[in-house]
Design a binder for this molecule. Structure first.
Ligand SMILES: [Zn+2]
Length: 437
């Protein structure tokens, strides 16, 4: 009998963690934090014969891992790709620098986690316990990202093949190719699938890029700054690669990179051979100027230029500082390139044209915004049509469990899959255990 327990990440985006148990062996797939950073995920009931596997570096999948795979009281090995390991090192260090005492772990746990981490390449099957094998498959989400295939073995009955998508994208982006057809995985018993955009379809990528480049150019020609607040891991590098390809089509202006995006870019540059868009990305990095000191920042907004800076939803980071500088300038434009969750400064900026920040002496202030604000969909997740297509192509009539989306998205995807294709599909609930065989 194989047991799957959802420790977190159900009917919400954030705090993803799924436990698989078979014959005394346990494997936890992802162990992330909620986006507000406060939510703790329950620990697996036992750490005996426990292994952890990580899909990718984003903190909603990795942010709590030091709690189990970095613990000083028990030893839990961790497996992931090489690039993800390096990104995790960077992100967790940064998390400690910002979060300090409010976190449930310290530098020692992060150090242990990295020491306990073994890296694996895509499609390389490896044994984590005598009765459990794991394979990482390219998930097409960001460089280094993987989906996880767990194969449990049993004498007689109880064997199962479980596929956990993690964050999945089947569409090609500048940095990575879309995830391959799931048919190549063979017959599956269970698919645990993300549902982030299960209620909407993305516009065509090509048109989004075209429109984005056209409007960046317009801002620059009008003498303004094009500020692009973007997530440090993945989105900043994707947008940089898009822009660099249009240098000779009227975009021959300086491109500045600031904040955490700089370190992540350097790291990805060092491992650019490991993702399909690596060569293109390396060329793009050569077009960018890395901000080094405060005076560079001031200079960056003086003349028309493109600035890529985290945070993606303007919750802190270098983007906030630039926003203050350009808010009153009607010639400048803020290009939002990621989802703006309700309650974030980015959402307020987009819908109310105002910017919530702090004055230099720390007092809260609301700044009216004269700069233009535009939003573009550069999603690196499957949309409704993509995820339905993906599931339709799986073999073996697997049980489908949806997670990593709000309740409506998870339920709608499960219902569609059930009604349209006759799969046994349910929206999982955090804390729920599902038994196979
Ligand atoms: Zn992600």
């Amino acid at each position: 009998m194989t047991k799957i327990t959802f420790l977190g990440g159900c009917r919400q985006v954030g705090a993803s963690a799924v436990l698989v148990e078979q014959g005394g062996a346990r494997i936890v797939m992802d162990y992330g934090t909620a986006f507000n950073g406060t939510q703790r995920v329950p620990l697996p009931t036992s750490t005996r014969n426990l292994t952890s596997v990580l899909t990718h570096a984003h903190l909603d999948h990795s942010g709590n891992l030091p709690m189990i795979a970095g613990s000083q009281t028990h030893s839990v090995p961790m497996y992931t790709t090489k690039l993800t390991k390096e990104l995790v090192r960077l992100l967790l260090d940064d998390m400690i620098r910002i979060g300090g005492d409010s976190l449930a772990f310290e530098r020692t746990e992060v150090k242990n986690l990295l020491k306990n981490t073994q890296t694996r390449t895509y499609n390389e099957s490896f044994q984590v316990h005598p009765k459990m094998r794991v394979t990482l498959h390219d998930a097409g989400h960001i460089p280094g990202s993987a989906s996880i295939l767990v194969e449990t073995e049993a004498n007689g009955n109880g064997a199962a093949r479980i596929f956990y998508t993690g964050d999945l994208n089947t569409t090609n982006t500048q940095l990575v190719k879309g995830a391959p057809n799931p048919r190549q995985l063979g017959d599956l018993d269970v698919v645990i699938v993300e549902s982030t955009y299960a209620l909407e379809n993305h516009p065509s990528r090509k048109n989004t890029e075209k429109e984005f480049v056209k409007n960046v150019r317009k801002t620059l020609e009008n003498g303004g700054t094009a500020l692009i607040p973007a997530f440090a891991v993945g989105r900043s590098q994707e947008v940089l690669t898009v822009l660099a390809q249009h240098r000779h089509q009227g975009l021959d202006y300086p491109i500045f990179l600031d904040g955490m995006a700089r370190k992540v870019t350097r790291l990805m540059q060092g491992q650019s051979k490991s993702f399909s868009g690596g060569e293109k990305f390396n060329k793009a990095v050569q077009q960018a100027t890395f901000i080094r000191k405060h005076s560079d920042r001031e200079a960056a907004t003086k003349d028309p230029a493109i600035i890529i800076a985290p945070a993606g939803m303007l919750k802190g980071g270098a983007a906030q500082r630039y926003m203050k500088d350009i808010a009153a300038d009607a010639h400048s434009t803020v290009f939002l390139v990621g989802k703006q969750l309700p309650g974030t400064p980015g959402a307020e900026l987009l819908h109310q044209r105002q910017f919530r920040t702090k004055t230099d002496n720390g007092k809260p202030s609301i700044v009216p915004v004269k700069a233009q604000v535009e939003s573009y969909n550069f999603s690196c997740h499957v949309d409704r049509q993509d995820v339905i297509n993906f599931l339709r192509q799986t073999r073996g009539n697997p049980k489908i469990l949806t997670m990593h989306g709000d309740a409506a998205a998870c339920e709608s995807l499960a219902q569609t899959i059930r009604n349209r294709f006759g799969f046994d599909a349910v929206a999982a609930t955090s804390g729920q255990t599902v038994t196979i065989n």
